[in-house]
Write a protein that binds this ligand. Sequence first.
Ligand code: F6P
Length: 372
Amino acid sequence: GKRVGILTAGGDSPGLNAAIRGFGKTAIGHHGMELIGFRDGLRGLVEDRWQPLDGGALAGILTVGGTILGTSRDKPHKMVVDGEVRDMVPTIVENCERNKLDAIVCIGGGGTAKNAKRLADAGLNVIHLPKTIDNDIANTDTSFGFSTSLGIATEAVDRLHSTAHSHHRLIVVEIMGHKAGWLALGAGIAGGADIILIPEIPYSIESIAESVAARARSSRNFSVIALAEGARNQEDAADLAAAVALVKGASTAEARSAANKHKATVEAAHRDNAFKLASSLEAATGLESRVTVLGYVQRGGTPDANDRLLGTLLGSAGADLVQAGEFGIMVASQAGTAVPVPLEDVAGNLKTVPLDDPWIRAAKGVGTGLGD
Ligand code: F6P
């Protein structure tokens, strides 16, 4: 049988262990493969830290949150080693050869897809399994982690409703999602948020204040606002877009570094967005305002049934694809089926919410304000 290495990289997400188990049980039980698990994402691959994953190691992990392998956000071509940024791709290739690996399985989000492609470009047999709570990976209907996180965020919106209502307050709840609005939009719709703010639709504070005031006039003197962490008001969004354009347009390494510094300054000025929004709205509407930042609670704990199923489905299909020798691919979920898609169609290709998405239409349909 083949000898395969597996790792989890990027932010943790519910369903990672289901995917490791799904891959591992199928690989070992059906294809007679031998599996080893690298610790802490790509860092373990560089430092050659791994553990054998046999049936015993894979037992009892389906329902466990996080990842039994540990994770990190290291990039293989730009890794900090002994205080220096270095290209560690050649070391990874050497370690894969020394460990006689026929394939390497990377489980991660958009960043990991790019890194998986870097390893594939260096000649390794790589497959990628899509996980992220953000749902922002291209060419897959969804990724494991999203459903659980959506459930947690929805429950939070529910709970905040009763306290906002009782105190006649405005509550801004900040929901994760990186640069995409899927989590805030989904939880906002499912939890019945009064206003949903997402990165894809820069908001106007005046327009939000008007919606909140209109509610108060019709004797609903409380509001719950679901704010995606990446959402910006129109002015800040324009500043950020200009900073991003500078980075993209930079033609020399120096210009790029200066543009990146400028972008970081712009982003830093947008921190505490939720608090700024709440105090502007309190000033504009007179409604007492509070903020709840959901944070890492959205990534923790046991996966729900959807994420257990999806992790198992994609993991198991991944083992079949490795057996068939299909590499340089991500195992996507499309219309309920596991489908291989080329890594180059995924890497660097962020899936944000299209303005004509059915969820946007539904939110508008039920009268939810989108801040525009
Ligand atoms: O990608 C998952 C995610 O939780 C995003 O929603 C968020 O922007 C980011 O990770 C937070 O990253 P970190 O774990 O590095 O704080």
